[in-house]
Design a protein around this ligand. Structure first.
Ligand code: ATP
Length: 228
């Protein structure tokens, strides 16, 4: 059973050539894979369709066998609890503590306070930020801020994590560390899809790679076929 499936998905924005054209692929539970391609190739659009910040013009997107066309209105927030998102610009609330930023999705989901505190501590330990609960984002380094964004995305134990250029602002060492963090998530039951134009980094991770070119899926490379 696929955890994520695109079936002949196209997306056009008004006045532009198609951002995605007839894209089909499927992802098994527990995979970590990348989507890569030139600027404007359609990477962000593909992720937005998974997170329901956009809808396809044609075709079907399924998450955990559920057709997202049927996820409307009040069901959208429920869907988003299953899909964690990490952005390049972490989009943290700068006037709230690390704890509050990470706790937010759990509070929205209605978890009791005692459970929230426990889960936030566990996830901050996991991303290497144990003990920094009370800090404000501005008191952290860029890499640490990105880790808070990741903690917030995974604290609800999503089925799927989508990350859009999550290491775009980071130096190579930090980028590698963040990627390593992502690589550990499938062991905890989260499937991971990362958009990145950084081919060197992607190759080094030795995972499956989808390649987009002008909105078309032109390659689907297995890890063993990645040239060193
Ligand atoms: N909201 C929008 N309105 C109109 N056109 C858009 C919108 N978002 C994206 N596009 C267009 O769709 C195409 C694909 O954009 P997308 O952002 O998905 O590409 P990308 O591969 O993520 O690029 P980058 O690496 O530069 O972020 C581009 O031609 C872009 O101009």
């Amino acid at each position: 059973m696929a955890l994520l499936r695109f079936d002949k998905v196209s997306k056009s924005y008004p006045g532009n050539p198609p951002a995605l054209s007839e894209v089909s692929f499927s992802v098994e539970p527990g995979e970590m894979l990348f989507v890569t391609g030139h600027s404007g190739a359609g990477k962000s659009t593909l992720l937005r369709l998974v997170h329901l910040s956009e809808r396809p013009s044609r075709g079907t997107v399924l998450v955990n066998e559920r057709n997202l066309a049927k996820v409307r209105g009040r069901k959208v927030p429920l869907h988003r609890r299953q899909v964690g998102v990490v952005f390049q610009d972490h989009r943290l609330l700068m006037d709230r503590s690390v704890h509050d930023n990470v706790a937010l999705p759990l509070l929205i989901a209605g978890l009791p306070g005692s459970e929230v505190g426990k889960r936030v501590r566990t996830v901050l330990d996991r991303v290497g930020l144990g003990g920094r609960e009370r800090a404000l984002p501005a008191q952290l380094s860029t890499g640490e801020q990105q880790r808070v964004g990741i903690a917030r995305a995974i604290v609800g134990q999503p089925l799927l994590l989508v990350a859009d250029e999550p290491t775009g602002n980071l130096d190579p060492q930090l980028a590698a560390e963040i990627m390593q963090l992502f690589a550990e998530l499938p062991a905890g039951g989260t499937t991971v899809l990362v958009a990145s134009h950084d081919l060197m980094l992607v190759k080094r991770m030795r995972r499956r790679v989808l390649v987009l070119d002008h909105g078309r899926l032109v390659d689907d490379i297995a890890p063993e076929d990645l040239a060193a």
